[in-house]
Design a protein around this ligand. Structure first.
Ligand code: NAG
Ligand code: NAG
Ligand code: NAG
Ligand code: NAG
Ligand code: NAG
Ligand code: NAG
Length: 410
């Protein structure tokens, strides 16, 4: 039952403790010879963009759609505007696109000098004399090119053109593992983490939201005041650490009525930066550290009354009977700080009915960190409240367009 499981893992590697064992401490946004005035400069620029957005329209709304392993956002860059699609990635900061055509064909492109505050916030860059960056992700995806600024245009109906957004004009990139549908084929990545170069930071917005459909329905990425949780939504605080990643405090995992006996050091973020759970829209399937992953598999085997099947590429599969309608599958619950996040079977199993297989879509983590992937986020309305320091979430039918309409009208 191909395709291979770990299609995309677009988590920025410089913040992965396992890739930086020498610096065993919290990854820090401002750890690169940092300077308050540099961040202050970027913050003020973001405030100006926010004011300019508010003057042009009520809220930014970008179309989001599923494509093979991740969610793509359509936006436009340059003058005249050129539409491109980028993977929506809350696990990294950099916004980049492939420089297919000469950037000089755009009237608004400018390369950033090495001395610019934007360049200086990058973890890896070289000077010649423009800012040449190199940026890598957890699945060996990477991009290299020149950091520049451009005008970005958001929205089709009431377009807002925002000038001076820093982005990677990529000359070399590979996205996805070699056998994934994205290999060599992505037009870019839209970084939405908490660091200064992410789109949400550059726009000076305090909130954004999305609702990932499990089919080909186009949904919306909303910013600012239109990204509102409903009064019924649950919320959990982001762990307050100086990392650009959105860490959630996972305190336990239940399968049906069984609370897994996971030692709390397995799930909690340690003071040396290992462990913890990150929510990442750029990773396809959830990755859990051991022994949590082993205990999850064990609980599923004991609770699901189906024969176990061995399938290459998957850790745990079951054989489905010809009529699978009577099969009972437990609810999986992540006990987060202050709220439970419940996943029906559709969020943690992939089904191949013609092959009669049900396979677990949660894998062991290759890092000392767990990641909540986009498959598990489907059919959930998620609001990242950066100003409030919390994630709000609520089960939703994201294919039901009325949700987008309701949210937009608020
Ligand atoms: C995870 O951390 C342990 C010790 O905490 C270390 O021995 C191991 O190499 C780490 N694994 C990875 C993939 O970094
Ligand atoms: C911090 O910024 C000030 C003023 O812009 C500058 O003079 C100083 O060299 C900077 N320090 C570092 C460590 O970058
Ligand atoms: C881990 O569990 C112990 C005992 O239940 C508790 O005292 C401790 O505070 C927990 N640590 C964390 C980080 O949750
Ligand atoms: C980090 O701390 C945990 C316990 O707090 C420990 O088990 C682990 O070995 C440490 N990892 C590193 C890389 O220091
Ligand atoms: C389902 O399994 C069959 C037989 O192994 C395979 O040919 C088919 O591609 C699978 N479908 C999906 C969607 O993976
Ligand atoms: C979700 O909404 C779509 C479109 O309105 C509808 O076709 C579908 O049946 C709904 N799904 C569920 C599970 O209610």
């Amino acid at each position: 039952m191909p395709p291979p499981p770990l299609l995309l893992l677009l988590l920025f590697v410089a913040v992965l403790p396992s890739f930086a064992p020498a610096t065993a401490q919290f990854p820090c946004i401002d750890s690169h010879g940092g300077n308050f005035s540099r961040l202050e400069f970027l913050r003020r620029a973001a405030m100006l963009r926010k004011a300019s957005l508010q003057a042009t329209q009520t809220g930014v709304q970008l179309p989001v759609r599923w494509s093979s392993a991740g969610y793509l956002v359509d936006l436009a860059i340059g003058t005249p505007p050129l539409v491109f699609s980028a993977m929506l990635d809350t696990g990294s900061d950099l916004v980049w696109t492939q420089c297919f055509s000469q950037p000089s064909e755009s009237l608004t492109y400018a390369a950033l000098p090495c001395t610019s505050p934007q360049c200086q916030t990058l973890p890896r860059f070289s000077c010649s004399p423009d800012c040449h960056y190199s940026y890598s992700y957890g699945d060996t995806s990477y991009t290299k090119g020149v950091l520049g600024t451009e005008t970005f245009t958001f929205g089709a109906a009431d377009p807002a053109a925002i000038t001076g957004i820093a982005f990677g004009c990529s000359t070399v990139s590979e996205v996805g593992a070699e056998n994934s549908p994205f290999f060599s084929n992505s037009a870019g990545i839209l970084g939405m983490a908490r660091g200064p170069l992410s789109l949400v930071s550059q726009l000076g917005e305090e909130r954004f939201s999305y609702c990932f459909a499990s089919d080909d329905t186009t949904t919306a990425l909303l910013f600012g005041s239109s990204a509102n949780p409903s009064p019924q939504a649950s919320s959990t605080p982001f762990v307050n650490v100086p990392s650009p990643l959105y860490y959630l405090s996972l305190q336990g995992i239940s399968v049906g009525a069984t609370l897994l006996p996971i030692p709390n050091t397995t799930l909690a973020l340690q003071s040396n930066g290992t462990g913890g759970l990150v929510i990442d829209s750029g990773t396809t399937f959830t990755l859990l550290t051991d022994p949590a992953h082993a205990m999850l598999k064990q609980a599923l085997v004991s609770q699901i009354d189906l024969p176990v099947a061995t399938v290459a590429g998957y850790d745990l599969c079951f054989s489905l009977p010809p009529d699978a309608s009577g099969v009972a599958l437990p609810i999986l619950v992540f006990h987060l700080d202050g709220a439970d996040m419940a996943f029906p079977a559709a969020n943690y199993f992939v089904v191949n009915s013609s092959a009669g297989l049900l396979c677990l879509a949660i894998f062991g983590s290759p890092f000392n960190l767990s990641i909540l992937g986009n498959f598990q986020q489907q059919n959930m309305h998620l609001v990242y409240d950066l100003a409030g320091g919390k994630l709000s979430f609520e089960p939703a039918n994201c294919s039901d367009r009325s949700l987008v309409d309701v949210v937009t009208k608020k």
